[in-house]
Design a binder for this molecule. Structure first.
Ligand code: PLP
Length: 286
């Protein structure tokens, strides 16, 4: 749990942070958010996270309350005020406080909230063993590219895997892979890495972009194209990616072994490359 949080212009202990019950984030889930991993007190891919934040804000028509320098300064401050070199910084902007009415109110000030939690990446044993996943139909809305705080669909889908003792729920819509409840998905078939393109059905993951960038730079065979449910079920490897999971191998899907039931060769290569990418980033990030 974070000790010191930021709320609407000030830093305070989390116990003291209060928002009015008419905040549209509370009433409607009317807000957007970001989760930024911090390694050795340096935010990873900050520019890309702030760009995606701007994209989400534009989509829901909330004016960005801060500019890039202000976000960067605030982020630096929340990192400094919290303990631990590796942190996961959560930031959220809601439309603000207004009498309850579905239509967007005019002239209100967005609520800005930021907190930091310890960054817990997969333990080495989990990277070695891989994780179990289940599948479900993707019944979320058709604006999954917006990083919205309205996450009830994702929470319900994630709970299915919790109930099944699995790490993630991989989602299919109309027979095609979309993503997982809080991660993007890659598969490997016959030595080729496949992942669906970014569109309104998936969150444009920052980790997804890094994995594609590494794959292209290191001459993996990679195709960004629609991936069918049948291709996923017959895959040699499946990976899930996110800022906190990084790259993680899926070794069983709905109780059936993926490939030989162990993290695959291409996963091992990608995982190692991702770790060195991070190290390089920590050396060069401001
Ligand atoms: N897809 C969904 C639905 C997510 O919630 C997340 C992250 O939380 C991701 C994908 C991965 O995004 P990122 O790599 O930026 O963490």
């Amino acid at each position: 749990m974070s000790d010191i949080v930021y709320l609407n212009g000030g830093f305070m202990p989390i116990e003291e942070a209060r928002i009015p019950v008419l905040d549209r984030g509370f009433i409607f889930g009317d807000g957007v958010y970001e989760v930024i991993p911090v390694y050795s007190r340096r935010p990873f891919r900050l520019t890309e996270h702030l760009r995606r934040l701007q994209y989400s804000l534009d989509k829901v028509r909330i004016d960005n309350p801060l500019n890039t320098d202000e976000w960067t300064r605030l982020l630096g401050e929340i990192i400094q005020r919290n303990t631990g070199d590796d942190q996961s910084v959560y930031l959220q902007i809601t439309r603000g406080v207004a009498k309850r009415d579905h239509a967007f109110p005019k002239g209100i000030k967005p609520t800005v909230f930021m907190m930091s939690m310890p960054l817990v990446t997969p333990a080495p044993a989990l990277v070695e063993s891989g994780v179990a996943c289940i599948t479900a139909q993707d019944y979320r809305w058709l604006n999954c590219d917006i990083k919205s705080t309205s996450l009830l669909g994702n929470c319900m889908l994630r709970q299915l895997s919790v109930d099944a003792g699995a790490a993630e729920t991989i989602l299919f819509r109309d027979g095609q892979l979309t993503e997982a409840s809080s991660s993007n998905v890659f598969i490997v078939r016959d030595g080729v890495v496949l992942t669906p393109p970014k569109d309104h059905l998936v969150l444009p993951g920052v980790t997804y972009d890094v994995v594609i960038e590494i794959a292209r730079a290191r001459e993996f065979q990679i195709e960004v194209r629609p991936v069918s449910e049948a291709e996923v079920r017959g895959a040699d490897e499946i990976w899930v990616t996110s800022s906190t999971k990084e790259v993680l191998a899926v070794t069983t899907l709905d109780g059936k072994a993926v490939g030989d039931g162990k993290p695959g060769l291409l996963f091992r290569r990608m995982h190692a490359l991702y770790q060195s990418f991070k190290q390089d980033h920590m050396r060069t990030a401001a």
